[in-house]
Design a protein around this ligand. Sequence first.
Ligand code: ADP
Ligand code: MG
Length: 344
Amino acid sequence: MSEQPKRTELGELGEFGLIDRISDRFKNNNASTLKGIGDDAAIIQTGDKVMLVSTDMLMEGIHFDLSYMPLQHLGYKAVAVNVSDIAAMNGIPTQITVNIGLSNRFSLEAIDALYEGIRMACENYKVDLVGGDTTSSASGLVISVTAIGEADPEKVSLRSGAKKGDIVCATGDLAGAYIGLQVLEREKQVFKANPDMQPNLGPYDYIVKRQLKPEARMDIIHELRELNIVPTSMIDISDGLASELFHLCKQSGLGAKIYEDKLPIDTLTYNTAVEFQLDPITCALNGGEDYELLFTIGQEDFEKLKNHMDIHFIGYMTDAKEGRHLITKNSNAVELKAQGWKHF
Ligand code: ADP
Ligand code: MG
């Protein structure tokens, strides 16, 4: 009997294992490729500046559900999440390209709405739409955006630059997008059961917006620049705080301690989590799509940032051997687990 060819399930590797496996097979051929796979964006030398490149794909049924995601918001979000990756390198986005896969389910008006969202994001983040590709799709709407940005080579923030003792900072507030998604899912089920019922989203406005219309924190990047602060490491929070902190720790060869009572969680997010019988802290650690920034700064920069309303000091970097822990309100050290999103 002939032997069956080996088949390994993608779920055994997970998303990060798969990316490592792909990147292990490639070597760069160009000296201008300063950083390839492995950070929020690639870094390419161009004269005395560096160019940053990042790409993200959103798939109907996986990343969005058109029954509650208006196309205009989807267009905006597709750009915002890419701008967020450029921000996470401490760069300024300049151009985007947009690829879409469409079926005849979509009308011209629908595509106009999608591109109206893309246009609004281009205005807001001051980027230019410079190209793309359009194809048909048999499996729903697909939208893939590539963002190009620029940075001063000395001021790029990699995931790998954190030093022991650096302060861990998080912007904005966490878990809102995840709890907002729970609200949208619940209202969808109510609507399915009884189509005459109007969704009651009003009280949840802020967190629903966190899910449907996230913003890239370019405002923070500009403020840091004005204060002459270069984060020693940085990443955007797309998969949840724990997963992103793991990336900073792993690539910087360090451990970290973060404090439960320092995690920024909005009151509405907190109360709605409780309403759903979810632990708000677990949601902040493992919920995704907040698109806030997680970064580290040297102790010497603390004075300049300490009164900032929207930057929270949640912990500090330690030796790798001390591991990665959440210090609870009762001073227990709980080992952090990076779950991230499971795509497979
Ligand atoms: P993010 O959450 O910031 O978008 P990802 O986890 O998607 O980052 O990607 C991490 C790194 O792996 C990035 O450098 C990205 O460009 C690279 N990457 C992801 N998927 C692939 C792929 N299919 N082929 C090559 N590189 C990839
Ligand atoms: Mg990222």
